[in-house]
Design a protein around this ligand. Sequence first.
Ligand code: NDP
Ligand code: PYC
Length: 346
Amino acid sequence: MTASPEMAVSSAKQTLDFNSLVVLLEQIFVRHGTSAEVARTLALNCAGAERDGAHSHGVFRIPGYVSTLQSGWVDGQAVPVVEDVASGFVRVDAGNGFAQPALAAARELLVEKARSAGIAVLAIRNSHHFAALWPDVEPFAYEGLVALSVVNSMTCVVPHGADRPLFGTNPIAFAAPRAEGEPIVFDLATSAIAHGDVQIAARKGEHLPEGMGVDSLGQPTQEPKAILEGGALLPFGGHKGSALSMMVELLAAALTGGNFSFEFDWKNHPGAKTPWTGQLLIVIDPSKAAGQGFAERSKELVRQMHGVGLKRLPGDRRHQQRAQSQACGITLDAQTLANLHELAGR
Ligand code: NDP
Ligand code: PYC
């Protein structure tokens, strides 16, 4: 493949800057049927994940987005409909489109409500979320707000004590401002491992640690293909992760009007990969709270955690990788980049 000017070439790897990756991904989305606005939103999200080393939801996801768009399962042109329903409650019908454009459409109203009422809820339904969740919450913390989000996915997790899968991998993401530091952010699947990481392990021919999943007979397995082909995942932390996953189903689906992870059927859309569910965000304005500034309290908590020996906060690895990508570019396998160029029709 001939390298374009924005790329520096090494043997089997190539690097490109963030903006070049965004433009490339935008081209792929538009070429496969999304509006320019949806393409921009998804490209920024996906390139941001790749930049931060969140590989299970970076460019690895692009073929899944493309096959889903080709299958007609999701509407890449959907225009979200935002409803102002109460002083602290915003609803969005994503119109069978992606969740991130729905969040973008409601964001200004959500922040206005959170700042005036102290707290506001955004309930997104009829939406597809195929991405990491931290990009949905982190920007609120940069604006001094606390944000929590949950999204449900597709049936592949056996509730603790049950025999068969029902829940999705159902992540929870949280972001809070911190004085003189990056916001505190975590983002975790409530399954023992994200589905994306099982797919990556299967591709690499790697075994998983114990306790991640079961095969089609319900027997524990460390073989990713046995989980993907008829098997299932387990919740993290037994009954505790299972309860959190149940909470995510309730908040992201029952409360929003979206589908539970088991309620949609994509059998007639071969190639469809994006869960058609719902998403909830809760945004809090900590300036309404009593006491010392919240961000100062965050700083103090982290100081104390480091004081007892903590070396790594959630988010530290991402921020280190972000700094590295900003300094040296985003590194991709040459073959992966060639595949992206082909999908973009370059
Ligand atoms: P990880 O287990 O990799 O990480 C979970 C969190 O813990 C991150 O915030 C991470 O920070 C932090 N962390 C990891 N290791 C440590 C450590 N040793 N010490 C302190 N903090 C640590 O994430 P998951 O595999 O559970 O999820 C991966 C992604 O998959 C998430 O972005 C999630 O949103 C996404 N996902 C999306 C779904 C969807 O439906 N859209 C469904 C399920 C998952 P850091 O990032 O800095 O490593
Ligand atoms: O990695 O579990 C996952 C996942 C599901 C939907 C998007 N990502």
